[in-house]
Design a protein around this ligand. Structure first.
Ligand code: ATP
Length: 588
């Protein structure tokens, strides 16, 4: 497939953020794509080479790319740097430069999508001391044969600056339309995506085998399954109202969710956002295979830091010491954990996700042996309010956050947040109720003690319908000196020259960040706001929602992707909930 078709399509997509238009461009692109290239196209439009969980990073630095442009065009490095400084990104600058170039090159070889993809793949795989030269050689050979527009999109993919704002849902809409003629079939694609986390594979399947192929889609060991999530409830009464009169209550442990894929001694671990995390947990890799009584298995567990002397569960932050990879051996002994299993998704070659909760729990206890490192999450079948209250008390005393409540007869719904699982946290009973997980989109430089750091951060919710990040508040309290430094280290590399089109805000931040980092905040109230854009026009015309007196809790939610942040819908629910409380109080 000619690469120019993709480059032109990317060019059109880059100039719109409207979901319908994006979908239309994608449908047209997919219709022009041969079936054996479709997975590559799906990865490339997302700026990737493979699904995220494979962890393949291109990692090309701007300097190297500039040298490659210079080598292939004969234009001095200085001139390229000047053009780059003047405006936008390097991809864009390269178009301007290459259009003016004086040196004539002959287009010796047509650029195909396959060639670009294979070359990028080779670049990603290169390591070691001589890799920089080899990378340069590969890049300049591609640029040599590329038109200015093609070169621009090769560079954007290489540098990780291709940001079209295409949500996975939009890709699935377009695949459903292009290959089945009906957008409604998106739901079937969604299932396939939820159990494989691989949009390229989903695309290839529908293109080559049609909807039938999609319906036969199965869980594959070592391909992570997108996690099932829980709705929140505020009280035992509300839980009973929603769950009926008999359900399971489990401790809600405050650790890191880990999905374990195991066959013999081979173990792979995936985080909640499906990143590979084996390097933080060498103890899990070493010990857990001994506990497994099955040929192969996929399990879910919460890894929790513990106090070895008392057995008490410690808060999530303790686990973060393990994120400092260079000292991992030390961290493993200093910050011991237990692995607390709560679900089984696959066993001996068969999916378990369609089994009921009760059947899965039985299976879990049959195929996983307990010891002092591997535990089943404490669970009790509860029937009434006082039983829930008692179990909640035990859970809090053991050092956990509250309870997860699960319907006994329901399957595992991969990739969705629904009412078959509910979370009941102790702190929900206070104030605004819940904490929010918000995306850091902008920063303001600090003064006084905070000079040189970002003293205040601009935060956003996630708008699921539009796939955007509308602002909800500025936060400047709750930061310790240590957390300010830590946030600076994490955020500085995310500074973007231009505001990402998925950020919705009229504010003038000192710097804009790529919307990636999620932090936890609490607030006293949610109010209507003419400035902020979260849930804009939803409650009142020309007003959004904002947080009053927001405060950083100290929790950086590294395990969450930006799309896992609190949504507009959740904020609206909290807003309405607080109005109801105020109303009820007035009646008393
Ligand atoms: P929160 O923000 O409340 O921590 P979340 O948004 O990360 O939650 P939720 O689905 O809302 O995700 O809450 C479930 C999370 O709680 C899981 O991702 C998991 O890490 C953790 N957890 C702790 N105990 C359990 C349990 N018994 N069953 C399922 N998940 C549990």
């Amino acid at each position: 497939m000619e690469y120019s078709i993709l480059a032109e399509s990317l060019n059109k997509m880059e100039s719109t953020t409207k979901r319908l238009e994006l979908t239309q461009h994608l449908v047209e692109l997919f219709e022009k794509t041969p079936h054996d290239v479709i997975s590559k196209i799906v990865y490339l439009i997302q700026g990737k080479l493979r699904p995220d969980f494979e962890g393949i990073e291109l990692g090309v630095a701007e300097k190297l790319a500039i040298r490659a442009i210079s080598k292939s065009s004969g234009i001095p490095i200085k001139k390229i740097e000047d053009e780059y400084r003047k405006g936008g990104d390097l991809g864009h600058a390269s178009t301007v430069i290459l259009e003016q170039k004086t040196q004539t090159t002959f287009l010796v070889e047509d650029i195909t999508v396959e060639r670009v993809y294979d070359t990028l793949f080779k670049i990603a795989k290169l390591g070691g001391t001589r890799s920089q030269d080899m990378k340069m050689k590969y890049i300049s050979s591609l640029l040599n044969d590329a038109t200015p527009l093609e070169a621009s999109y090769i560079l954007k993919i290489l540098l990780g600056t291709l940001r079209l704002g295409i949500a996975e849902n939009t890709v699935m809409d377009a695949l459903a339309i292009a290959f089945s003629g009906n957008k409604e079939n998106r739901k079937k694609l969604q299932y396939a995506y939820n159990v494989s986390s691989d949009l390229g594979k989903v695309a290839e399947t529908i293109a080559t085998k049609g909807l039938e192929g999609i319906e036969e889609f199965e869980i594959i060991l070592f391909n992570p399954i997108r996690p099932m999530l829980a709705d929140r409830v505020k009280s035992e009464e509300e839980a009973i109202e929603k769950m009926g009169n008999e359900f399971a209550a489990e401790y809600k442990l405050d650790g890191e969710r880990v999905q374990l894929h195991i066959e013999g001694d081979k173990v792979e671990l995936f985080s909640r956002s499906l990143e590979r995390i084996e390097s933080y947990y060498p103890d899990i890799i070493e010990k857990i295979p001994k506990n497994i009584q099955a040929d192969n298995i996929i399990l879910e567990a919460e890894a929790v830091a513990i106090n070895e002397n008392t057995g008490e569960f410690l808060p999530f932050q303790e686990l973060m010491h393990r994120r400092r990879k260079y000292k991992i051996e030390k961290a493993v002994t200093e910050y011991p954990i237990t692995v607390n299993f709560f679900d089984i998704l696959y066993c001996n070659g068969k999916s378990c996700i369609d089994l009921s909760y009760k059947e899965r729990r039985e299976k879990l206890e049959k195929h996983v042996k307990e010891d002092e490192f591997a535990k089943y999450i404490p669970m009790k079948i509860v029937k009434n309010q006082s039983e829930i209250e008692d179990f909640m008390e035990n859970s809090i005393n053991a050092g956990s956050e509250g309870l997860m409540l699960k319907m006994l007869d329901k399957p595992y719904q991969a990739g969705s947040r629904g009412s078959h699982w509910l979370k009941l946290k102790r702190e929900y009973r206070n104030e605004l109720g819940d904490s929010l997980d918000l995306v850091v989109i902008g920063g303001f430089f600090g003064k006084g003690r905070r000079t040189g750091n970002y003293g205040t951060l601009l935060l956003a919710t996630y708008d699921e319908d539009e796939d955007t990040f509308p602002s909800i508040c500025k936060v400047g309290t709750g930061f310790s000196d240590e957390s300010l430094d830590q946030l600076y280290q994490i955020l500085h590399p995310k500074v973007s020259i231009k505001k990402n089109p998925r950020i919705i805000s009229d504010m003038e931040a000192d710097v804009w960040f790529e919307p990636e980092l999620v932090i936890e905040v609490v607030a006293s109230e949610i109010t209507l706001s003419p400035i902020h854009k979260a849930a804009f026009n939803e409650i009142r015309k020309d007003a959004g929602l904002a947080l009053r007196f927001p405060k950083f809790t100290g929790k950086i939610r590294v395990e969450k992707a930006a799309e896992d942040a609190s949504t507009n819908e959740e904020v609206i629910t909290l807003y309405k909930g607080q109005k109801k409380v105020a109303h009820d109080k007035n009646l008393m």
